[in-house]
Each structure stands twice: as structure tokens, then as C-alpha cells.
Design a protein around this ligand. Structure first.
Ligand SMILES: Cc1cc2nc3c(=O)[nH]c(=O)nc-3n(C[C@H](O)[C@H](O)[C@H](O)COP(=O)(O)OP(=O)(O)OC[C@H]3O[C@@H](n4cnc5c(N)ncnc54)[C@H](O)[C@@H]3O)c2cc1C
Length: 309
């Protein structure tokens, strides 16, 4: 169902009561009250300016790093994948810079770079989701992360005004950024290096092989559920040692293949997943004193729990 109120004068398509379980990789969650898919950056700015401050709102990328509660989201979700997804080579002296918009997929950027014989973005090839989500989370793998290749970003503040920030200002760290609350990443410039296309392709193939071997990619998940502690054993090891491999609550299960991947066997609810998360945290802290922090963000009716945006 399309819906224009309460965003008067905004032309973007706005659907109402849209199930979010079909738009997240965990396949869990209730409906969002509205979902907007702006046609271009001007419409996005207009929408952001005009959606009242008292309406909860958030940017939905590929939904590969969020757990939406069964009660859904009582506000405006905005998705840029459909229209704000351009990737192009920039006209710099060395031909090393790429502009990518927030809604483009991370793997599209990796393949675009490969086609232009540019190296440095291979790690993005197997990470699901969009450039927007990847910048917000400083996504990374195989020794690479967004912070290493992004040079600047165009952002919209809460009132829809545009700002260009150098990467240093974004505060990118281990699976986090300090993009201010309520701001949107719209597009970024990435700087890569010249490389050999065959070698780039081979690197991407190897990264994907490793993923296939080590991750339960045939099940719905959000990747690693917990962040690795700054020192000591990785999260998967702590979960494993606490005896959780294969443990199940309803249809939420700790993967047999990778203990930091919690998978949805089919009909898991957010209630099941959160119960499993709580159980793991409780046991790990009891056993090791280590408090596991979530990598995934939890979205409830009023927004992200304990998080910005
Ligand atoms: C099988 C699997 C494997 C994975 N492997 C990896 C991995 O190797 N490395 C890794 O880092 N992650 C990994 N992930 C997690 C996830 O893919 C990344 O965090 C990804 O970058 C999230 O992007 P997204 O577009 O899906 O973001 P979403 O999940 O939609 O959103 C994540 C956060 O970003 C915000 N956001 C989205 N777009 C914007 C925007 N334009 N402006 C501001 N904020 C925005 C959202 O509001 C939310 O807070 C994996 C996930 C899966 C399912």
C-alpha cells in the first residue's frame, strides 16, 4: 500500500506496513510503519528535512547486520538500494578513485574495482549489504576494511543539509563509526591501487572459498553476532568453550559450522534469537569474565536499542 502522509510534499514512494523480515538476512522481524525509497539524493534530502523529528527513522541497507524485533518498527525506514546506487570511476590523475553511492551493494563495488584492474576492495566481495551499511559498520574481512580505502564521504545531517567529511572525521573503528546520530551517509570516494585483474579475481575467489568453508552460508544469519574481544580468544572460541555449538532455542541456533553465527532454521522469532543471545552472554561472562558485545544492531519499535540512527 502506498502512503504519502505525514510527509507532505515529498514525492518519494512511501509504502506502509512493510514486513521487514523479507528485507533482512536473518529473515526475522515485524513490519515497519513506513518504508521510503527516494529516487535521488535531492528527494532523500527533502524527505529527511520534512520527516518530523518526533518520528523514529532509520536507514535500512541490505539488512545484513540488524535484528528486527517481532513487534516491528513504528516509524520511517529509508532504503537507498533501488535508486541511489551508482558506482563510477572518477576522473583523477591516476585513475584510482571510485565514487560509490550508499545504496550500491558492497560486492558490486568489489567487482567494479576488479573490472577496472584496481586492487584493495577484494575483501568486500563476500560481505553482504550496501556501501551505506558497510561505512556505518566499517565492514571488513581478510585484513581489509572500509577505513583503509575510503577517502571522503558525503553526509546528510538531521535537517537534510549536505556535508563532505574526510574519512578521519568519521571515527571508523572495529565494526563501528562515529557518524553523528540521525545523519545519513550518501556517497563516498574510495581510493584503490592499480593491480592485475587476474590476481584480483584470484584473491576474490580465495576469499569466497574460505567463506564457503567456514561460514553457514546456506542458513539465514547476520554474519558474526558478537564482536571479538579486543584481546584474548575470539568470540566464536568463547561461545564454543561455553558449550553452545549447535545449541537451539526455538528455530534460533548457534551454527554447528561457526559458533559466532546464530542462524534462523526457518521460523525463528526475535524472541528466540534474543533469548539465545542472552544465554550465551550470561554463560560466557560467568565462565570467563568476558562480556561479549553485539556486532549486530537490534531494532525495536522506537529505533535501535542503545544505538544512534
Ligand atoms: C553471511 C554474512 C557474512 C558477513 N560477513 C561480514 C564480514 O566478513 N565482515 C563484516 O564487517 N560484516 C559482515 N557481515 C555483516 C554485514 O554484512 C555488514 O555489517 C554490512 O556492512 C552491513 O551492511 P547493510 O547494508 O546490510 O547494513 P544494515 O544491516 O541494513 O544496517 C547496518 C547499520 O548501518 C546503518 N546504515 C545503513 N545504511 C546507512 C546509510 N546510508 N547511512 C547511515 N547509516 C546507514 C543502519 O541504519 C544500521 O545501523 C556479514 C553478514 C552476513 C549475513
Amino acid at each position: 500500500m502506498t502512503h504519502s502522509l505525514p510527509f507532505s510534499g515529498v514525492e518519494s514512494q512511501i509504502l506502509s506496513q512493510v514486513p521487514l523480515n523479507r528485507r533482512t538476512t536473518w529473515r526475522i522481524g515485524g513490519v515497519t510503519r513506513w518504508l521510503a525509497t527516494p529516487k535521488n539524493c535531492e528527494e532523500l534530502a527533502q524527505l529527511w528535512r520534512q520527516s518530523a523529528d518526533d518520528i523514529p527513522r532509520f536507514l535500512l541497507g541490505g539488512g545484513s547486520n540488524i535484528l528486527v524485533e517481532d513487534s516491528g518498527f513504528n516509524g520511517l525506514a529509508v532504503n537507498l538500494s533501488q535508486h541511489i546506487n551508482q558506482i563510477k570511476l572518477l576522473d583523477d590523475d591516476e585513475g584510482l578513485q571510485i565514487m560509490a553511492e550508499a545504496g550500491a551493494s558492497t560486492s558490486a563495488l568489489a567487482h567494479f574495482a576488479r573490472l577496472h584492474s584496481l586492487t584493495g576492495a577484494e575483501f568486500l566481495g563476500g560481505i553482504p549489504g550496501t556501501i551505506g551499511g558497510a561505512v556505518k559498520m566499517n565492514a571488513g574481512a581478510n585484513g581489509g576494511d572500509i577505513a583503509k580505502i575510503l577517502i571522503n564521504a558525503q553526509l546528510l545531517d538531521c535537517n537534510g543539509n549536505s556535508h563532505i567529511w574526510p574519512v578521519e572525521k568519521l571515527g571508523l573503528g572495529y565494526r563501528k563509526s562515529q557518524i553523528p546520530k540521525g545523519w545519513i551517509f550518501v556517497k563516498g570516494t574510495f581510493k584503490l591501487k592499480h593491480g592485475e585483474q587476474k590476481a584480483i579475481k584470484e584473491k576474490m575467489r580465495q576469499f569466497n572459498q574460505h567463506r564457503l568453508k567456514s561460514q553457514p552460508l546456506n542458513y539465514a544469519s547476520a554474519g558474526s553476532t558478537f564482536k571479538n574481544p579486543t584481546k584474548g580468544p575470539a568470540a566464536w572460541k568463547l561461545i564454543d568453550d561455553a558449550g553452545f555449538r549447535g545449541m537451539r532455542i526455538g528455530d534460533a541456533q548457534v551454527s554447528e559450522k561457526h559458533s559466532n553465527f546464530l542462524v534462523n532454521l526457518g521460523k525463528a522469532t526475535s524472541y528466540d534469537m534474543l533469548a539465545l543471545i542472552d544465554k550465551i552472554r550470561e554463560k560466557v561472562i560467568q565462565k570467563t569474565g568476558e562480556s561479549l558485545n553485539l556486532e549486530v544492531a537490534i531494532l525495536g519499535p522506537q529505533g535501535f536499542r542503545g544505538k544512534d540512527l
